[in-house]
Design a protein around this ligand. Structure first.
Ligand SMILES: C[S@@+](CC[C@H](N)C(=O)[O-])C[C@H]1O[C@@H](n2cnc3c(N)ncnc32)[C@H](O)[C@@H]1O
Length: 248
């Protein structure tokens, strides 16, 4: 898969995500873990990127670990969280002897596991990596609700340069391929620099994800992807946050 953008833009990745409330995301996963989980403190974040969630869970007293395919992202994560451990691995194929109480995967990163066999393998690997009573939390988007619109835009100033970011989904209405487009424009002293990247991701529906998780052995609860409160999924919105529990 193409992962080059994350290597090229590691320096400004955190700027691109400046509007994300990581604390709120972590608080939601932590709250669900306290409600549904086994009370342990071993944490693993899949596709951890530069480590924002790992940092928060360290702060909550967890033994925190991160896994990512991209070494440049992990270098930043290591600098950010010297007390955590990081693994440069593909979540579709990782195997650990150690097990964890809480495993997360944020920012729709589970969809990077393409095709469906890889997606299934990632969920199975997460199941294997959990202790009894452990919880997997991740966000996902339903292919039937992709708006094919302009997506999310924001801008910021960094070291005197103006950065404009745009990320959007595109789904042709059939098939298993969802595209994520990321466009970045940096303007400095009148000169512009552009990055354009397309990521192939898996298009799935929420009921398909739920059925996959249950076939692996998880008990599944689906919530709206609203990190300000816990609301059971009403089956209309396509953005959800899933809590999947491995029986104790
Ligand atoms: C959009 S970033 C999200 C990073 C982080 N979860 C966050 O919320 O800021 C996606 C991350 O997924 C990683 N990634 C993509 N495919 C992966 C795979 N198969 N296994 C592990 N990491 C992967 C990329 O390297 C990148 O760091």
């Amino acid at each position: 898969m193409t992962n080059q953008l994350y290597t090229d833009l590691t320096q400004i990745y955190d700027l691109m995500c400046a509007d994300i409330d990581y604390q709120e995301q972590c608080n939601t996963a932590h709250r669900l873990f306290k409600l549904l989980g086994n009370g342990g403190n071993a944490y693993l974040d899949l596709a951890c990127g530069t480590g924002p969630h790992v940092e928060h869970f360290l702060g909550l007293g967890f033994l925190a670990h991160g896994l990512d395919l991209n070494g440049a992202m992990l270098d930043r994560a290591c600098m950010r969280c010297p007390k955590a451990s990081f693994f440069e691995m593909d979540m579709s194929s990782f195997r650990f002897r150690e097990q964890y109480d809480l495993v997360t995967c944020f920012l729709y990163s589970m969809h990077y596991c393409y095709p469906e066999e890889n997606f299934r393998n990632a969920l199975q690997n997460a199941f294997n990596a959990l202790k009894p009573g452990g919880v997997l939390c991740f966000d996902t988007v339903d292919k039937s609700t992709i708006a094919n619109d302009e997506g999310i835009k924001h801008h910021c100033i960094f070291e005197g340069a103006n950065f404009e970011f745009q990320s959007r989904w595109a789904y042709p209405g059939q098939g298993d391929e969802l595209s994520l487009f990321i466009d970045i424009c940096r303007t400095y002293e009148g000169e512009q620099q552009f990055w354009h990247d397309q990521h192939r991701m898996l298009a799935v529906s929420v009921p398909e994800v739920q059925a996959l998780l249950e076939s692996i052995g998880f008990s599944v609860t689906v919530f709206e992807r609203d990190f300000s409160r816990l609301i059971p999924w009403g089956s209309e919105s396509g953005n959800v946050f899933i809590a999947a529990v491995k029986a104790s």
